[in-house]
Design a protein around this ligand. Structure first.
Ligand code: C2E
Ligand code: MG
Ligand code: MG
Length: 262
C-alpha cells in the first residue's frame, strides 16, 4: 500500500517534470521485411527502481487520473518523432505511427481536440496516425463507440490491440470501427505447436480480410513464427526478431540498416 502511494507520487513528479520517455518499435511488412510503421511505447526510468514497465504504472496512472496527461505527452512526442523522421526521409518509407490509448482516455471529452491539435502541430495527415485500443468490450459501450467514431471522422485509423486475449471475440470485430487487428503475442508464440491457436489465427485473418481490415502479428521472436504468420495470410509483424523498441535516434539508424529488398 505504502509502495503504491510512493509509486503514485513518483509518477506524478515524473509526469510533471516531463521525465517520461517514448520508445518506438518498427512494424514490418512480412513479405518484404520493409518498415511499415512504428508503435510508440511509453518508458519510465525511475531514479531508484530503474525502468518500471508500463503494465505496472499505466494502471496506477488510470486509477489516479494521470493517464490523460501521460497519453497526451506520448501522443505529441510520437507525432513529433514521426514528423522528424519524415523530414529526414522524404521517400517516406515510414507510413504511420501508432499510439496506445487506454479506455479512460476514451471517456475524456477533450481527447478528439488533442488528437487534432497534435496532427496540426506536426503537419501530419490524419491517416498517418493510428490509435490502438484494447477494449473489445467497447463494442457494448455507446459512449466509447461514439468517441471512436469521432476519432475516425478525423481520418485517423484504429487498431484493436492484443486480439485473442481477455473478452475479445471474432464477433466483436464487425461491431467496432477498426482498420487493423493486432494478434496477441500469446497466440503467435503458440501457433507452431498448438493447432487450436493456429486455427484461431487463421480464422481471425479470414474474418479481418472479409471486413477489409489489416492484420499485424505481435511479438514475433523467431523466423519460424514470421514465416508461419505470413503463410497464414498476416501482412505485417512486430517483435524482437525485427527489433525491440528503440529510442527515436536508434530507430532511424535501424531504418538505415534495414535495407531489405522489396
Ligand atoms: P502493447 O501495446 O501490446 O505493446 C507491445 C508490448 O510487447 C510492448 O511492451 C513491447 O515492448 C512488447 N514486445 C514487442 N515485441 C516483443 C517480442 O517479440 N517479445 C516480447 N516478449 N515482447 C515484445 P511494453 O512496452 O512493456 O508495453 C506493454 C503494454 O503497456 C503495451 O502493450 C500497452 O498495452 C501498454 N502501453 C505501453 N505504452 C503505452 C502508452 O503510451 N499508453 C497506454 N495507454 N498504454 C501503453
Ligand atoms: Mg499496442
Ligand atoms: Mg499488444
Amino acid at each position: 500500500m505504502r509502495d503504491d502511494v510512493s509509486l503514485e507520487n513518483d509518477l506524478r513528479e515524473a509526469v510533471t517534470k516531463g521525465k517520461l520517455q517514448v520508445a518506438y518499435q518498427p512494424l514490418v511488412e512480412l513479405d518484404s521485411g520493409r518498415i511499415a510503421g512504428m508503435e510508440a511505447l511509453v518508458r519510465w526510468n525511475h531514479p531508484l527502481r530503474g525502468p518500471v514497465p508500463p503494465v505496472e504504472f499505466i494502471p496506477v496512472a488510470e486509477a489516479v487520473g494521470l493517464i490523460g496527461v501521460i497519453g497526451e505527452q506520448v501522443l505529441r512526442a510520437a507525432c513529433a518523432q514521426f514528423a522528424a523522421i519524415q523530414a529526414s526521409d522524404p521517400g517516406g518509407t515510414l507510413r504511420s505511427v501508432s499510439v496506445n490509448l487506454s479506455r479512460a482516455q476514451l471517456r475524456e471529452p477533450t481527447l478528439v481536440g488533442v488528437i487534432a491539435d497534435a496532427l496540426r502541430c506536426n503537419g501530419m495527415q490524419a491517416a498517418q496516425l493510428q490509435l490502438e485500443i484494447t477494449e473489445s468490450l467497447a463494442a457494448q459501450d455507446h459512449g466509447v463507440q461514439a468517441r471512436l467514431r469521432e476519432i475516425k471522422a478525423l481520418g485517423v485509423t484504429l487498431a484493436l490491440d492484443d486480439f485473442g486475449t481477455g473478452y475479445s471475440s471474432l464477433s466483436c470485430l464487425h461491431e467496432l470501427p477498426i482498420d487493423t487487428v493486432k494478434i496477441d503475442r500469446a497466440f503467435v508464440s503458440l501457433a507452431q505447436t498448438s493447432d487450436y491457436h493456429r486455427v484461431l489465427i487463421e480464422a481471425t485473418i479470414l474474418v479481418a480480410r472479409t471486413l477489409r481490415m489489416n492484420t499485424v502479428a505481435e511479438g514475433i521472436e523467431t523466423i519460424g513464427q514470421a514465416e508461419l504468420m505470413r503463410a497464414l495470410g498476416c501482412t505485417k509483424g512486430q517483435g524482437y526478431l525485427f527489433s525491440a523498441p528503440l529510442s527515436g535516434a536508434a530507430l532511424v539508424e535501424w531504418m538505415q540498416g534495414n535495407t531489405a529488398p522489396g
